[in-house]
Write a protein that binds this ligand. Structure first.
Ligand SMILES: *Cc1c(COP(=O)(O)O)cnc(C)c1O
Length: 364
């Protein structure tokens, strides 16, 4: 029986195997294992690619979020507005800074938080609006930056799923005060291990992120701030530099797969994600909704098609946040968790597999 993987990371590696292995050997032989030219080269290339002036590599995407919040001095007593439906890292970064989470519900058709929901959640203690470009679709950057400016609130975007996405035709890395990225292996731009970055147009904020991620130190053995240790390895940076020139082509393949799903499922019981005409999503995930989600996922599995759920339990119902919100809180996030399904998508998904998935979906 044909087996369609949800995502084939092995195939992604093999696509660039000689180039990646050359870069790995070079990095291993360089004698420089923290910082150095390979890291600088990637940071410069990714800043340019993401439409920002500065990029600072971090150990992972969670630390990128924590460092962005730390760079804005977010701490106890500060409120940070986040989506009620996101990967838990967005929430953890806020609580790890000692700040207060203010989750807002998404629009269930786009899965994204809207400027109206954000505006309704602003209080005198709001310090930061932290939206997520979830599944690779940018939020309404224009409306959110305007709202934040009016209230004197800072903005951080969690772009862990949105490398290469555009808003009004522009890359998104410099749009908010700070933008955070993850290079976790399965992301649109993934390392062979953990990695992350913060991008910004503000040189002072970039400098603060770099300082805070390097023990609060600029100069060896002098510590100006109580920082953390979270840097992007030059080894991972070298791999990411090999992959970056391919990212637009990989995202284009994701976009053509998404277009196939959209056409095939247009008049069906599947509810498709609504996309704003102002954005070009990069479809980190293609998330559809179905009233009989469990039955559909099972039927697809029996036919060899692997799907996933992003995410099956909203953050406020996780054990980690037990007792902090009533179970009935955030009904939109709960509803989405119960009816969403992520279909196979990725640059290496073959036409044969895609056709099989589409044929199967149409006969279920
Ligand atoms: C992956 C992800 C993160 C965290 O990235 P890590 O590199 O795994 O720490 C944060 N936010 C979102 C939305 C993510 O998808």
């Amino acid at each position: 029986m044909m087996q369609v993987p949800f995502l084939d990371l092995g195939a992604a590696y093999r696509a660039l195997q000689p180039e990646i292995e050359t870069a790995l050997l070079q990095a291993a032989r360089s004698g420089v294992y923290i910082g150095g030219g390979a890291l600088q080269d990637f940071e410069q290339a990714f800043a340019a690619y993401s439409g920002s002036l500065h990029c600072v590599g971090t150990g992972n995407g969670l630390d990128a979020l924590r460092l962005a919040l730390m760079a804005l001095d977010v701490g106890p007593g500060d409120e940070v507005i986040v989506p009620s439906n996101t990967f838990i890292a967005t929430w953890l970064a806020v609580t790890q800074c000692g700040a207060t989470l203010v989750p807002v519900e998404p629009d269930p058709s786009s899965h994204l938080i809207t400027v109206d929901a954000i505006a309704a959640a602003i209080t005198p203690r709001t310090r930061v609006i932290l939206p997520v470009h979830l599944y690779g679709q940018p939020v309404d950057i224009d409306a959110i930056t305007t709202l934040a400016r009016e209230h004197g609130i800072r903005t951080i975007a969690d772009a862990a799923q949105a490398h290469g996405a555009r808003f009004d035709g522009q890359p998104i890395g410099g749009a908010f005060d700070l933008c955070t990225w993850s290079f976790y292996p399965s992301k649109n731009l993934g390392a062979l291990g953990d990695g992350g970055a913060v991008t910004t147009n503000d040189p002072a904020l970039a400098e603060r992120v770099r300082l805070l991620g390097n023990y609060g130190s600029r100069e060896k053995y002098r510590f100006e701030q109580a920082g953390i240790n979270s840097r992007l390895d030059p080894l991972q940076a070298a791999i990411l530099s090999v992959k970056l020139p391919w990212l637009d082509a990989w995202n284009a393949r994701r976009q053509s797969i998404a277009a196939r799903y959209q056409a095939a499922l247009a008049d069906s019981d599947w509810q498709l994600p609504q996309v704003s005409p102002r954005v070009s999503p990069v479809w980190h995930l293609f998330v559809v909704r179905h009233p009989q989600r469990e039955r559909m996922q099972q039927a697809l599995r029996e036919r060899g098609i692997n799907t996933l759920i992003h995410y099956p339990i909203p953050p406020h119902l996780q054990e980690a946040y037990q007792g902090q919100w009533p179970t009935e809180a955030f009904p939109v996030a709960r509803q989405l968790a119960s009816d969403i399904l992520s279909l196979p998508i990725g640059p290496q998904l073959s036409d044969a597999h895609l056709n099989f998935v589409i044929d199967t979906l149409q006969t279920l």
